[in-house]
Design a protein around this ligand. Structure first.
Ligand code: MN
Length: 326
């Protein structure tokens, strides 16, 4: 997924004070991705920039993506770059065709983890395939890479079709990343992190790691998260220091958590950097590639029927990593 906002504002993340055990309802913000897909953006949020290293959370659908004569429907996101992050594509219904500049062409399907690691730079496209299910429902998530990984992590794409299952009393699901209740995902993360897709019927408790902060995105609801009721597309931030939390359904949620991310980062458009100058350099290299210059950093996405996305103009102000959540 790309950030296709016409005038993306600077987003500063990181360097949060230690979180406490809280229960905060975060309302989504509606954002158009091009002309075909509207998403509900939960992170970055004006009340909270990150949850662990999770720094971007879009929830979309369920949308009817059947083709109509003369009308393109479904996802259509042309090639665009990323730096210093991992993208996690997670579907509840439907399919998305992913292509990237390390040569991957993969069909993203429900219940399978598709994780793309940008390292210094990668480019990808995402579109609804020609033959597809009528409905599309999913989440697009970004994980910030820590300083220590920036010089050593190579661009890559990994698909995990067979993830471990979690079977608790009243809560069942799939562990996408990290570990829940001793069930461990095989996927690589670069900070202590967790992501799980949980179905609730009718209610249950989920064990947590006290050093992590957590948030719960409601996929199908309404549900109760601890004492907070929340509907589809809303998120409940749970803070840090809990040994477990309660879910009441029936419903479905994504559990996202991790160690509070200590570093300051700048997010602008599809880039993460540590400074204004890093963002400017990434933008310049992407734009040079579009006009026939060097594309060594981001490579080329082959097979997509359309032009890559140009980056928006830089803002006139200096981008600064700020150290607060809000
Ligand atoms: Mn993307």
């Amino acid at each position: 997924m790309s950030n296709l906002e016409k005038d993306p504002r600077e987003q500063s993340c990181g360097a949060q004070p230690a979180a406490e055990t809280v229960t905060e309802l975060l309302e989504p913000r509606k954002v158009w991705l091009g002309k075909t897909t509207q998403v509900r953006r939960l992170l970055p949020h004006k009340e909270r920039r990150m949850v662990g290293a999770w720094c971007f959370v879009d929830h979309y659908g369920p949308d009817d993506v059947r083709e109509l004569p003369g009308q393109h429907r479904g996802m259509w996101v042309p090639p665009h770059p990323h730096t210093s992050l991992q993208t996690v594509s997670w579907l509840f219904d439907g399919e998305v065709l992913h292509r990237d500049s390390v040569g991957s062409e993969a069909l993203v399907r429900p219940g399978e983890l598709n994780i793309m690691t940008a390292g210094p730079g990668i480019a990808h496209s995402e579109e609804s395939p020609g033959v597809r299910a009528p409905m599309l429902h999913g989440a697009q998530l970004w994980v910030a890479l820590p300083d220590g990984a920036l010089d050593t992590v190579e661009p890559s794409f990994d698909q995990y079709a067979d993830l471990p299952r979690l079977d608790l009393d009243g809560v069942r699901g799939t562990v996408m990343l990290g570990e829940v209740a001793g069930v461990v995902s095989p996927a690589t993360t670069y900070t202590p992190l967790v992501g799980a897709d949980l179905s609730i019927d009718p209610a249950g408790m989920v064990p947590l790691t006290t050093a992590f902060e957590y948030a719960v995105l409601v996929v199908d609801g309404p549900v109760r998260v601890e004492q907070q009721s929340a509907d589809r597309g809303e998120m409940v931030y749970l803070g840090q220091g809990r040994e477990s939390f309660g879910l009441s359904g029936p419903g479905r949620v994504l559990l996202l958590g991790g160690e509070p991310f200590a570093e300051e980062i700048v997010m602008w458009w599809n880039f993460i950097g540590r400074s204004h100058d890093e963002i400017v350099a990434a933008r310049n290299e992407w734009m040079a590639g579009l006009s026939g210059g060097s594309t060594d950093r981001f490579g080329v996405v082959r097979g997509f029927d359309g032009d890559p996305l140009p980056a928006p103009e830089m803002p006139h102000t200096q981008l600064k990593p700020r150290g607060r959540t809000r």
